[in-house]
Design a binder for this molecule. Structure first.
Ligand code: ZN
Length: 485
C-alpha cells in the first residue's frame, strides 16, 4: 500500500533553495530591504521550506487569511485551519512590489526572501475569536496574534535556511523515504511537546498494535514558559523508546514549528503537516494542543467531525484519557476501565513538577524510572536558579541544544522582552470522573504557613494485597511531599 499523499492533491512543495540557486538568492538578498521577523514567522518559513506546509508557496494574502480564519478554507478551496502570515508595521516602510530579506537573528539571520504582492490590515480580534475561540490575551497563541504589527504582508517566499535544528529534525521527504524503506504504509504520528509518561506510552502502543509504526514527532520550536526544553525532552523520550518499545516500531523525529496552543484548530494543523510527513493517522488524546482551560477535553477530537469530508487524507485516532488502574492491574482508559477514581493513578502536571523538583520519585505506574531520572536532574538544576525555568523554556531549538547563538528567553528583535508567562501555571482541569487525588482541587497546594497540617498522601490508596510493579530496579513509593510554606 502506498503512503498517504501530500496535502492539497499535488506533490510535496519544499520552498528551500539548494546549490547554485541558494547561493544566487543569498547574494541577491543582500540588496533587498530587510524585515525582521518573529521566531513564529521564521519557523513557518522553515515549515514551508521543507514542504511540511505543502501546498503553500508563501505567506497568505487577505482572501486566504480571511477564508482560513472563518471557514478553514483558502481562496482556492484547499482546506487550511490556521493562518500562516507575516506582519509588518508602518515603520518598516514595506510596499507592494518590494523584495524583502526576512531576518531572524535567533536563527542566525537571513531566513528567506519574499516578493510582496499584497499588504493588508489585520483584524486581530477576528483572527483570535475564530482561530483560538477567545480574545483573552493571556492565551499564549492569542497574545502572539495581538503582538503582530499592523499589516500582514503576503507573497511567495524562497527559503534560504533551515535554522540549525538538531539531528532529530527531519524533512517530510525524508520521513516518507524512511517509511518506505521500512515497508511502512500505515503510520500514526504522535504529537508531543512534553516528556512521555506511561499514559503517552500507552497511546503510542495502542497505535502500534494495529499499524506499521508510529512517528513520535516532537515540536522543536519555541515553547511557553514552564514547558520542558527540547534537549531534556529528547533525552527523556529516547530513554523511554530505547527501553520499552520493540525495535523498528518507532521513529523519533522533530519538526521546526512553534506552538500556538490553538487546541482544536491546531490539532487540524498538526494533521495537515503530518499528512505531508507521510502519516496516515494522527493520535489525538485529550486536550490536544490546548492550554489552560480554554478548550474542552474532547474539542480537538470533535473538530475532525465538523470539517467537510475529504478535507484531509489523514485520519484522527481518538483515544480517551489513559491512566494506570490498580484494580485493572495495568494501563486503561475511561472506555476500558469500569472502576472508580480511587483505583486510578492520576497525577496533575503541577504535582509531577513539584515532586520531581523536590527530588521525589514518581510511581513506576505513572512514569518509567529511566524517564524520571532525567526529569529529576533537570528540575533539580532549576532549583539553584528558579528564573532559569522561564529562560530555558523560551529557548529556540538551536540554543537549547547548544547549537545556536542568541540570548536565551528573548523573542526576535522587536518583540524582545514582551513575553509574559502564559497561563501555564494553571493546573489542567480535571476531567469528569477524574477528580481523583491526582487532580488538586481549589487550594490543593495544601495548607500554608505556620501551623499548617501535613497533607494526606497524594497517591491513590492501593487495594489490599496490591503488588507494585517492578521496573528494573528496587523502587520505593514517593514520600508525601512536604507542605509548602
Ligand atoms: Zn480499572
Amino acid at each position: 500500500m502506498a503512503l498517504v499523499p501530500p496535502h492539497g492533491g499535488g506533490a510535496l512543495k519544499p520552498l528551500l533553495l539548494t546549490g547554485a540557486a541558494l547561493e544566487a538568492e543569498k547574494k541577491a538578498a543582500a540588496g533587498y530591504k530587510k524585515l525582521e521577523i518573529t521566531t513564529r514567522e521564521a519557523c513557518d518559513c522553515f515549515m514551508m521550506g521543507i514542504g511540511a506546509f505543502t501546498p503553500l508557496d508563501g505567506f497568505m494574502g487577505q482572501a486566504d487569511w480571511k477564508g482560513v480564519c472563518a471557514d478553514m478554507k483558502m481562496a482556492n478551496g484547499v482546506f487550511w485551519p490556521i493562518p500562516i502570515t507575516c506582519s509588518a508595521g508602518d515603520e518598516d516602510g514595506v510596499n507592494v512590489g518590494d523584495k524583502l530579506a526576512l531576518i531572524c537573528d535567533e536563527f542566525g539571520g537571513l531566513i528567506a526572501t519574499m516578493n510582496v504582492t499584497e499588504k493588508y490590515e489585520i483584524d486581530k480580534a477576528f483572527e483570535a475569536k475564530n482561530v483560538f475561540r477567545t480574545e483573552d490575551k493571556e492565551h499564549p497563541g492569542v497574545e502572539k496574534v495581538y503582538e503582530q504589527k499592523k499589516y500582514n504582508l503576503a507573497g511567495p517566499i524562497k527559503v534560504l535556511s533551515e535554522g540549525g535544528f538538531p539531528e532529530e529534525y527531519m524533512r517530510p521527504a525524508e520521513t516518507r523515504a524512511l517509511f518506505e524503506e521500512k515497508g511502512w504504509s500505515q503510520v500514526a504520528a504522535f504529537q508531543t511537546r512534553n516528556p512521555m509518561h506511561r499514559s503517552h506510552e500507552h497511546l503510542v502502543k495502542i497505535a502500534i498494535e494495529t499499524l506499521d509504526g508510529v512517528l513520535i514527532h516532537q515540536i522543536l520550536g519555541k515553547l511557553k514558559a514552564g514547558d520542558i526544553p527540547a534537549d531534556v525532552r529528547v533525552g527523556a523520550i529516547n530513554a523511554l523508546v530505547d527501553n520499552y518499545f520493540v525495535k523498528n516500531t518507532i521513529i523519533t523525529k522533530g519538526y521546526p514549528m512553534e506552538m500556538r496552543y490553538g487546541g482544536p484548530r491546531e490539532a487540524l494543523l498538526h494533521a495537515v503537516f503530518r499528512q505531508n510527513y507521510g502519516c496516515s493517522y494522527l493520535i489525538v488524546g485529550r486536550d490536544h494542543a490546548g492550554v489552560g482551560d480554554y478548550y474542552g477535553p474532547f474539542d480537538a477530537q470533535k473538530i475532525f467531525n465538523e470539517i467537510p469530508e475529504g478535507s484531509l487524507q489523514i485520519t484522527n485516532l481518538n483515544i480517551d484519557w489513559t491512566f494506570h488502574c490498580y484494580k485493572c492491574g495495568g494501563m486503561a482508559s475511561l472506555r476500558t476501565c469500569p472502576h472508580g477514581k480511587e483505583d486510578r493513578l492520576l497525577l496533575s502536571g503541577t504535582m509531577v513538577r513539584k515532586t520531581l523538583s523536590e527530588g521525589g520519585d514518581l510511581p513506576a505506574e505513572f512514569s518509567r524510572p529511566e524517564v524520571v531520572k532525567i526529569l529529576q536532574a533537570y528540575y533539580q538544576s532549576l532549583d539553584a536558579a528558579p528564573a532559569a525555568l522561564e529562560r530555558r523554556a523560551g529557548l529556540g531549538p538551536g540554543r537549547a541544544l547548544g547549537r545556536g547563538p542568541g540570548p536565551a528567553g528573548r523573542g526576535c528583535g522587536r518583540r524582545a522582552g514582551h513575553r509574559r508567562p502564559g497561563p501555564s501555571g494553571r493546573p489542567a482541569r480535571a476531567p469528569a470522573g477524574m477528580a481523583g487525588p491526582g487532580w488538586p482541587g481549589p487550594g490543593a497546594a495544601g495548607p500554608r504557613g505556620p501551623g499548617a497540617r501535613r497533607r494526606p498522601s497524594p497517591w491513590p490508596r492501593r487495594p489490599p494485597g496490591y503488588q507494585p510493579l517492578r521496573v528494573g530496579r528496587r523502587r520505593s513509593l514517593p514520600q508525601t511531599p512536604k507542605p509548602q510554606g
